[in-house]
Write a protein that binds this ligand. Structure first.
Ligand code: GCO
Ligand code: MG
Length: 403
């Protein structure tokens, strides 16, 4: 058996913080898993170092399922983003090892390729509708077949999704949370205007997406969904906070705009009602925050029998390790929908050498054995952890709201 002899957590900040678990077997084969939880990185690092790693040493690296069950059931305290990110890191590192030992790219172990490559969506954004459309035109010229549109809201000093840098978006912008201001009344009329302008400029042969980032009530989300229908959006994301899954019944009754939810979910239980009742069209759970490949297989299976497709979260705060693992999953999963792709900075890309490549609006995970992503430890050590927090959001009268 390939016995686990070493495991360690590497925290690095090549432009932003990433937490990586590296597991090594007695034959010297190693696997890596992403454990990054934006704004709460050190909590997962400690969970792994203090509570998980000591239990891994000496185990058979091939027993992925048994180790997953041990970490999930064995903790007694089930679920939660910290626990599930830690479990995901172990799970992905072990799948990486198994595929390397088999001499196969990971997607072959999952069941082989179901498609030639993985359609991704990029992020066009700007302070005004005109700037956002210019960006979207540039994305189309880069070959993207699907583009997310976010724009500044007149009367609000800053808005979720509008970045300082092009190609990257980094909301964790200060050591302590910065404060944003929000007005749903100002936002709601802006988005249909953005989509109208986008269809005019981009035509019909491109998918357009939008993220409401948990800011609407169900009836407001229903209104927005209806208003966007003439422009045939690919999806409206996180229309309303999803702790109360039944909220989506109301949205569903009123609009045919497809709905996507799940980047903050960490287990199948967060999505069960949404999927069972076919209240959503795309499930956005990630490999890193929802228990790894082993658990996402279960979520995707439930989704498949309910006509829900995958549309995994792929923001810059998920490391290239997560992206690599997600791409193998996407290439295999029968009910694939789309993959989010926010590019990493060049600095991040060199710390995490990777086999995946972008071409014609799609990514391919490559043919390297394992998931094809590694970490350059010497380079990683040059970028020490820097505290960074996600912003908070207040209404114009000061009431704390959803960011
Ligand atoms: C997305 C997400 C991100 C999150 C970020 C938080 O759709 O990509 O909403 O932009 O805000 O991942 O850490
Ligand atoms: Mg989102």
């Amino acid at each position: 058996m390939p016995k686990i002899t070493d495991a360690k957590v590497i925290v690095t900040c090549p432009g932003r913080n990433f937490v990586t678990l590296k597991i090594t077997t007695e034959d010297g084969v190693h696997g890596v898993g992403d454990a990054t939880l934006n704004g709460r990185e050190l909590a997962v690092a400690s969970y792994l170092t203090d509570h998980v790693i000591p239990t891994l040493i000496g185990r058979d690296a091939h027993q992925i399922e048994d180790i997953w069950q041990f970490l999930y059931r064995g903790a007694y305290w089930r679920r939660g983003p910290v626990t599930m990110s830690a479990i995901a890191a172990v799970d992905v590192a072990l799948w990486d090892i198994k595929a390397k030992l088999a001499g196969l790219p990971l997607y072959q172990l999952l069941g082989g390729a179901s498609r030639s490559d993985v359609m991704v969506y990029g992020h066009a954004n700007g302070a005004t509708i005109e700037q956002t459309i210019d960006e979207a035109v540039a994305y189309k010229a880069m070959g993207y077949k699907a583009i997310r549109l976010q724009t500044g809201v007149p009367g609000l000093p800053s808005t979720y999704g509008v970045s300082k840098d092009k190609l990257f978006y980094e909301p964790a912008d200060a050591a302590l949370p910065t404060e944003n201001v929000w007005s749903t009344a100002k936002y709601l009329p802006t988005v249909p205007k953005l989509f109208e302008a986008a269809r005019k400029a981009l035509g019909d042969d491109v998918h357009l997406l939008h993220d409401a980032h948990h800011r609407l009530t169900p009836i407001e989300a229903a209104r927005l969904g209806k208003d966007l229908e003439p422009y045939r959006p690919f999806w409206l994301e996180d229309a309303t906070p999803a702790e109360n899954q039944a909220s989506f019944r109301l949205i569903r009754q009123h609009t045919t705009t497809p709905l996507a939810v799940g980047e903050v979910f960490n287990s199948i239980w967060d999505a069960k009602q949404l999927i069972d009742e076919q209240l959503i069209d795309y499930i956005r759970t990630t490999i890193v925050h929802a228990g790894g490949i082993s658990h996402l297989k279960r979520i995707a299976g439930l989704a498949e029998i309910n006509n829900v497709k995958t549309g995994f979260h792929g923001a810059t705060d998920l490391s290239p390790v997560c992206m690599g693992a997600a791409l193998h999953f996407d290439l295999w999963v029968p009910n694939f929908g789309i993959q989010e792709y926010m590019r990493h900075t060049a600095q991040t890309d060199v710390v995490f050498p990777h086999a995946y490549t972008f071409k014609d609006g799609a990514l391919h995970p490559g043919e390297a054995p394992g998931h094809g992503v590694d970490i350059d430890e010497a380079l990683a050590a040059k970028y020490p952890y820097r505290p960074a927090s996600l912003p908070v959001n207040r209404l114009e009268d000061g009431t704390l709201f959803n960011w």
